[in-house]
Ligand binder design. Structure first.
Ligand SMILES: Cc1cc2nc3c(=O)[nH]c(=O)nc-3n(C[C@H](O)[C@H](O)[C@H](O)COP(=O)(O)OP(=O)(O)OC[C@H]3O[C@@H](n4cnc5c(N)ncnc54)[C@H](O)[C@@H]3O)c2cc1C
Length: 269
């Protein structure tokens, strides 16, 4: 196994262009977990940690920009970002423990493509744009159009996620809830982020489909002012938005029922 250590973005993009089979490594908190499951003969890793211009976070009146190396802790530690985008910090505090929050990156959470990712729902609810770059082109993709299947995305092998942008708008309402087997250090069985601003509701759920997804039918119903007397009424709409499965952590029925109950309880608070 070989490890490349670029010191600039262009050097990293050149390396990827020359060999798209190279695996970028940011915090390593996903890549190292699956380490023992792979035969790494022939692997080339590209350690991004020395690429300073990917390690940036900035916010102005219009938007928040996260670099590819922005960690959960960078967001938790920023009062300004937490005030403007509270759900980012709410979700970040529930990702693993502090060790993971200081190493794990928001971009890695997206790139890893897990349907259980906790950073993705809040970013998607905040209308995030993913910036992809290769040696020859730059592309911006709305996060809600980034995933194409289980662990599949529109990212081409020679592209890096170089940053994520979230527009600053005032939010009338924002909420994130994660259900796991215990209150910390647990992989999500069901999760939901809900944000309402001038353009309406965004409802994003994780662990209930092959990838983190918006619940667009439910969003439309909420935007139309529909009320839901019981959790079953929410579930009736949600069934068009989600496709949960049985796995070692939970059952499809549990995920569907709990998601509907959570949303029903929350919107009728
Ligand atoms: C103990 C533990 C607990 C955890 N708990 C949670 C949790 O509660 N919730 C949760 O969502 N996750 C959790 N995770 C998973 C992980 O911490 C997050 O998904 C994290 O955001 C991954 O970021 P990273 O920088 O460490 O990614 P890495 O491991 O470095 O990379 C992950 C994948 O993304 C690719 N990649 C990384 N950066 C880029 C880039 N810029 N461009 C293109 N590809 C890239 C890598 O090649 C790799 O395939 C946990 C992990 C551990 C070990």
């Amino acid at each position: 196994m070989k490890v490349l250590r670029p010191t600039s973005r262009n050097e990293a993009l050149d390396m990827l262009a020359d060999d798209p089979s190279i695996r970028p490594i940011a915090g390593g908190t996903d890549l190292m977990v699956s380490w023992h499951h792979h035969d790494k003969t022939g692997w080339t890793l590209m350690d991004l940690s020395r690429v300073d211009d990917l390690n940036t976070m900035s916010m102005d009146d219009h938007a928040l920009q996260l670099g590819a190396l922005t960690s959960y802790w960078d967001v938790i530690a920023s009062k300004d970002v937490t005030n403007a985008f509270p759900l980012l910090t709410v979700a970040a505090r529930q990702v693993g423990a502090i060790q993971i929050q200081t190493r794990g990156t928001w971009a890695g959470n997206i790139a890893n493509g897990s349907p259980a990712a906790d950073g993705v729902p809040v970013m998607m609810a905040y209308n995030a744009i993913v910036h992809l770059q290769s040696r020859t082109e730059s592309t911006d993709v709305p996060l809600d159009q980034y995933f194409t299947g289980y662990k599949q995305s529109v990212r081409k092998p020679d592209q890096l996620i170089v940053g994520i942008t979230m527009p600053r708008t005032s939010h009338d309402h924002e909420w994130f809830h994660k259900v796991g087997a215990r209150s910390a250090q647990a992989i999500t069985k069901v999760g939901v982020a809900m944000v309402k601003n001038g353009s309406g509701w965004r409802v994003v759920a994780n662990s209930v489909a092959p990838f983190v997804c918006r619940c667009k039918r439910l969003e439309s119903a909420l935007n139309d002012g529909q009320s839901f007397a019981t959790p079953a009424d929410v579930a009736d709409i949600l069934k068009h938005d989600i496709a949960p499965i049985d796995d070692i952590r939970s059952t499809a029925r549990y995920r569907q029922t709990v998601l509907a109950r959570l949303i029903h309880a929350h919107i009728n608070e």
